[in-house]
Ligand binder design. Structure first.
Ligand code: DAH
Length: 350
């Protein structure tokens, strides 16, 4: 019987020699110390022994078991240490004393077009407003003439928060706050409301080359006495020719939005395919860029402005789409990808 313990020890030591990975060591541990392991099995052989033999053999098996456990524990430590050293060796190509990359970072293409648009509208006397991304149901829908259960809500698959607030599904959600902020100045001092408010919007979209669940819009409003559709068209055309630095083919179609009356879709000829049709423009040759219209009287009322006295226009420019057109980005998903290779190639050409 004593032979058996030393036999097992020998075979264990021989197998251990060949081990150089933790996984191999695990396998050996199971083979010798596992439930049906060689050493565990030895115990089962004791049944046939006399009480005297049992005592000495039991002791020998225990000694073997302890020895093997200890050796395995030591070897585990050794292998872990070795793995760390290997990692360090791999890192030797990395020279910590290399000077930092001193090249300047770059702006995201959406930031670039946003800043350009802001500059253009500021030069035309618009203020640039900031507003939060979490808004109330009232701001996002009710104040915009979209009551609860109105089918127009279906156009925007909205992310609601548990507290009843929601992630802004369009920048129009800021309109109400802007009217209230500037109405006194309009009424008491005759200063027209001219404001733009860029912002990130969220919708539960099935994503494809032209749809994303997170995108940017830039809303603009102008309210004063006698504002008409010609004012709207003038500002839109001026803005687009400034952004693209050339005359852009546009078309105006009727469009329904509960917060404007009449409402329009302003499309631009697709700059990626030149109007031929491609996946970015859903093969139509046109891209919806800027829905707009004359502000609905109910919306002005909700903003505490008298629609009998004042009129205005509003537009919701798709900033993300504008960036895609301007920089020839074919897939909207690239813009949120964080892929520096594709995102860092754009420069401000102002
Ligand atoms: N908020 C609308 C949307 O995201 C876009 C829009 C349409 C904004 C017409 C406007 C407008 O200001 O007049 O679907």
């Amino acid at each position: 019987m004593a032979d058996k313990t030393s036999e097992i020890k020998q075979s264990f030591m021989a197998e251990l020699e060949a081990v150089n990975e933790i996984s191999q060591l695990e396998a050996i541990k199971v083979k010798y110390l596992g439930k049906n392991g060689l050493i565990t099995e030895l115990m089962k052989d004791m049944k046939s022994l006399t009480p005297e033999e049992k005592k000495s053999f039991g002791q020998a098996v225990n000694v073997l078991k302890n020895e093997v456990s200890e050796i395995i524990a030591e070897k585990t430590e050794e292998l872990k240490h070795k793995a760390i050293l290997e990692e360090i060796n791999k890192m030797q190509d990395f020279d910590i004393s290399t000077p930092a990359n001193t090249e300047r970072g770059s702006y995201h293409p959406i930031t670039l077009v946003q800043r350009q648009c802001e500059a253009i509208f500021k030069s035309m006397g618009f203020t640039v407003e900031e507003y939060s991304e979490v808004v109330t149901d009232y701001e996002c829908f009710e104040a915009l003439n979209i009551p609860k259960h109105h089918p127009a809500r279906d156009m925007q698959d909205t992310y609601y928060l548990e507290n009843g607030q929601l992630l802004k599904s369009h920048t129009s959600a800021t309109q109400n706050a802007i009217y209230k902020k500037y109405k006194d100045n309009l009424v008491n001092n005759g200063v027209p409301i001219k404001a733009i408010f860029p912002g990130r919007c969220f919708r539960n979209e099935a994503t494809d080359a032209c749809h994303e669940n997170t995108f940017f819009q830039m809303e603009g409003v102008m309210v004063d006495k006698n504002i008409s559709i010609s004012n709207l068209i003038f500002f839109m055309k001026t803005m687009l020719s400034e952004v693209f630095k050339k005359d852009i083919k546009v078309r105006l179609r009727p469009g329904f939005f509960p917060f404007v009356e009449p409402g329009f879709e302003l499309d631009i000829s697709c700059l990626i395919c030149g109007g031929e049709g491609c996946p970015s423009c859903k093969h139509s040759g046109w891209l919806e860029l800027c829905p707009c219209g004359m502000i609905h009287p109910e919306v002005l009322k909700a903003g505490e402005i008298d629609p009998e006295e004042y009129t205005g226009f509003a537009f919701g420019l798709g900033l993300t789409r504008l960036a895609m057109m301007k920089y020839g980005v074919k897939d909207i998903r690239d813009l949120n990808s964080g892929n520096l290779k594709s995102l860092s190639q754009f420069t401000d050409d102002e």
